[in-house]
Design a protein around this ligand. Structure first.
Ligand code: ZN
Length: 258
């Protein structure tokens, strides 16, 4: 059975198929992620062409099939995340964020909450100078969708919610200094990094502009999130390796301090 539907969606991947056709994966608000087949056309003014660019967002008129590929008939109100499309760094962060959202959820399973988080995250990556922090926030929140959200509200032993914390794999959550001794193999992470990771798990996106994080703390946050993902999620996406190497060039490209 097929039926035409208007769905809000974000293009999270595009693959060329044969000469002119495309396979486009769209994360939709009501149907979850779905693969759509878009037949190519010789007409360069084809409105769909713009609508199926990676990191486009808008309303898609879709022929949703219960099985196999679905089809796009038309699109409207297309608003691309244009900075994300143009800027190689933003592009890399957005690619990884979409890859994680894709991995965290099975196709055709609607999840409006995950859809909204990704949408708001991409919006901010597009607008703000520091897309890395937005990625970090999404990474922490997506742990829930991978079914491995650690206890970040406070110490897992005494429940304390203020002060310095460290992360313990043994307890799948935080330890306060009084209970560090419970796990010698805790992360020994920078307490500031843990502070921000706790904040990222609860902060609303409209408050992001007020956060300021030093370069060293950013590196320490990256370190903790990488450890969490390696241990709890075990996913190795190509787009993440790209980000890791991007930081190496970043160092190479920067001029030495004068
Ligand atoms: Zn404690």
């Amino acid at each position: 059975m097929a039926h035409l539907e208007e769905v809000e969606g974000i293009v999270i991947s595009v693959r060329k198929h044969r000469e002119r056709d495309f396979l486009v994966k769209i994360f939709t608000d009501r149907y979850g992620k779905m693969m759509f087949f878009v037949r190519g056309t010789k007409n360069p003014n084809n409105k769909l062409k713009r609508a199926i660019q990676l990191f486009s967002h808008g309303t898609y008129i879709a022929d949703i099939r219960d099985q196999g590929l679905s089809f796009l008939r038309d699109a409207k109100d297309i608003a691309p995340y244009s900075q994300v499309q143009l800027d190689i760094f933003k592009n890399a962060y957005a690619t990884y964020a979409c890859g994680l959202a894709d991995a965290a959820l099975v196709d055709r399973v609607p999840d409006f909450n995950l859809f909204t988080q990704l949408k708001e995250g991409l919006n901010l990556m597009d607008e703000l100078e520091e897309p890395e922090v937005i990625l970090n926030i999404l990474e922490i929140r997506f742990l829930r969708y991978f079914g491995v959200m650690p206890e970040l509200r406070g110490c897992v032993i005494c429940g304390k919610t203020e002060g310095a914390f460290d992360y313990s794999s043994k307890f799948h959550g935080l330890l306060c200094p009084e209970h560090y001794f419970e796990d010698e193999r805790r992360y020994h992470a920078n307490p500031k990094a843990i502070h921000f990771i706790r904040l990222f798990s609860v902060i609303s996106f409209d408050k992001i502009g007020t956060i300021s994080i030093s370069e060293q703390t950013k590196k320490d946050i990256r370190y903790v999130i990488d450890m969490l993902y390696e241990e709890l999620v075990g996913l190795k996406l190509k787009s993440k390796r790209f980000i890791d190497h991007m930081h190496e060039w970043d160092g190479v490209l920067k001029r030495p301090e004068e």
